[in-house]
Design a binder for this molecule. Sequence first.
Ligand SMILES: [Zn+2]
Ligand SMILES: [Zn+2]
Length: 281
Amino acid sequence: MGFAICLVLGAVACNSNQNATQAPGAQLGSAQLASTPRAQHVRITTLSTMMTDWPTLTGAPFGEWGYAALVEVDDKKLLFDTGKDPTVILHNLDALGISLADVDTVVLSHRHDDHTGGLVALQQKFPSGLRDVIVGAGFAGAATSFRVVGRPTSLLDMPYVQVTGPIPRTVEEHDIEREQLAVPEDQALVIDTVNGLIVITGCGHAGVVNTLDAAQAMFPQRPVLALLGGLHLYERTPSFGFASLEAYLDAVGQRLRRAAVRYLVGSHCTGLESLYWLRVS
Ligand SMILES: [Zn+2]
Ligand SMILES: [Zn+2]
């Protein structure tokens, strides 16, 4: 089907080709496929995450505790999160030869500084762009002006590119007091491609199950081609609503299988042990 993934800065770049291959689990008929607009080409370049995969190159990208990704959908672009240390994302943009001057839209997954820390420096570096900053309702921050969304909202004038808005937490995946009250605005980006949904999370504070529930509620009966970003599974402490982290990971694995997730690219706060557990389970 010509779908390719290559590593960029320890994470992912995805390209889907123009062949409208139906992904496993898709329920739509050919007439619906023909009439529903979907992304033909998607490329995601990680600009901030824990590790880079070019350790020996002079001028290679830096890793940090943070997350940011440039998301290119057909002929349009947006920035998802902005990393933590401004010097890191500015360096990584130089190292990768990427300019954000033609990027207008920024999605902030939530308020934490490992996702918002680079915003002001990037706006100063690229004064012509990065002005439409979209946050979920409940977001707290005052360094720049924001567009607040309280529900699923399409972006880039593309109905198949949507931000979830605050993700409902019907499953108690994490410590409610620490996670939900602290970051009620946690949101994800969902792209409906010809090969299935691409779901991008920042830190995953709402939980993997709740995030996939929100994504598939926005695009019913669509399988999930790829889930990437921070999945917040790194802590070896029991998650609320589950007896242990292992029990929670089992539930996450079942949800990933139900969504027919083909590519799982956990970065940032996912945790290597948890990611391995999910891959082998
Ligand atoms: Zn966070
Ligand atoms: Zn984070």
